[in-house]
Design a protein around this ligand. Structure first.
Ligand code: BJW
Ligand code: ZN
Length: 258
């Protein structure tokens, strides 16, 4: 079977499953934003190819060297802040505005929300706003008391004294979830409940290696639903998917959901 024919068949199977589904959950990962210019974590050009996660994305790293960690996040805020949603985000936003869909994302880039607002026009964008499992780059949280605040102006990373601080005196940090940290229990509970109730979980652009996020589609399977996957390559989840559509999310999603 040629590549073109395999793609058509997978797309057709996926479209049929989504067409028959009453409720849909979506789990997105970094691959969805790759075509917007946001770097992924693993694989070619991925952030973890050039940077060590333990030096940057753990509470221990922040305790050891908050300036280094903030330098990395200030750089990423600049990079991601200049990116725009792509056709994949837009297709998902339209889909969620029209159907009973819950978007769950591991991404911290805020691009689902930008697409939701743009696609909603004057309507209420909330059905297309995602549950953000790993938080967001564009909010701060106190490393001492946990209070959340909108991200301030550009962070001055010249020394620990110039880093942003909470009213309690503690250092602020980006409100993302680092390795070894718990995910927000309310967001986690809601994500798993919605996934379990879904007839189909659409898994887009994630290597499905990081837990507990990677277990969201497992919950759909446990609830009797099926999984449709969109990725450039097969993942460890592919053997459990009813359909795996191989290709760039920005091209596949509009065809799948249009
Ligand atoms: C495209 C594409 C295109 C590219 N179109 N596709 C159970 C088992 C084993 C380990 C654990 C476990 N439970 C907990 C753990 C430990 C740990 C973990 O999972 N480790 C594994 C790596 C082994 N988990 C945690 O620590 C979590 N906390 C937790 O569970 O707390 C309780 C606890 C604590 C301690 C011990 C036990 C329990 C927290 C995880 C936090 C993850 N944080 C990060 C950083 C966020 C902040 C930041 O951005 O700086 O989140 S890591 C990074 O990985 C980021 C992502 O959200 C996450 C997932 O990555 P994603 O989205 O899958 O991206 P990639 O790059 O991996 O994949 C991209 C995919 O797209 C690829 O497949 C490409 O092919 C594809 N693609 N272009 C379509 N155009
Ligand atoms: Zn504080």
């Amino acid at each position: 079977m040629g590549g073109g024919e395999a793609l058509r068949e997978a797309l057709e199977a996926a479209r049929r499953l989504l067409g028959e589904a009453e409720r849909v959950a979506v789990l997105s990962g970094a691959g969805l934003s790759a075509e917007s210019g946001v770097p992924t974590f693993r694989g070619e050009g991925g952030l973890w190819r050039s940077y060590r996660a333990v030096d940057l994305a753990t509470p221990q790293a922040f305790r050891r060297d908050p300036v280094l960690v903030w330098e990395w996040y200030a750089w990423r805020r600049g990079l991601v802040g200049a990116c725009r949603p792509n056709a994949g985000h837009r297709a998902l936003a339209r889909f969620a505005l029209e159907r009973p869909v819950t978007l769950v994302t591991q991404n911290v880039d805020g691009l689902h929300a930008v697409a939701a607002k743009e696609e909603a026009g004057g309507r209420d964008p909330s059905p297309a706003l995602p549950l953000e499992l790993h938080g967001t780059l564009f909010r701060d949280r106190c490393f001492r008391c946990g209070v959340r605040t909108p991200a301030g102006p550009e962070v001055d990373t010249s020394s620990v004294e110039t880093l942003p601080r909470c009213a309690c005196g503690g250092l602020l940090r980006p409100d993302v979830v680092w390795f070894g940290e718990s995910l927000d229990p309310a967001v986690l509970r809601e994500s798993f409940t919605r996934a379990r109730e879904a007839d189909v979980c659409l898994v887009v652009g994630t290597s499905a290696l990081v837990h507990p996020a990677a277990s969201v589609p497992v919950s759909t399977l446990e609830g009797g639903g099926s999984v449709v996957e969109v990725n450039l390559e097969r993942t460890r989840f592919s053997p459990h998917a009813a359909a795996t559509v191989l290709g760039p999310a920005g091209e596949i999603l509009p065809r799948l959901l249009g």
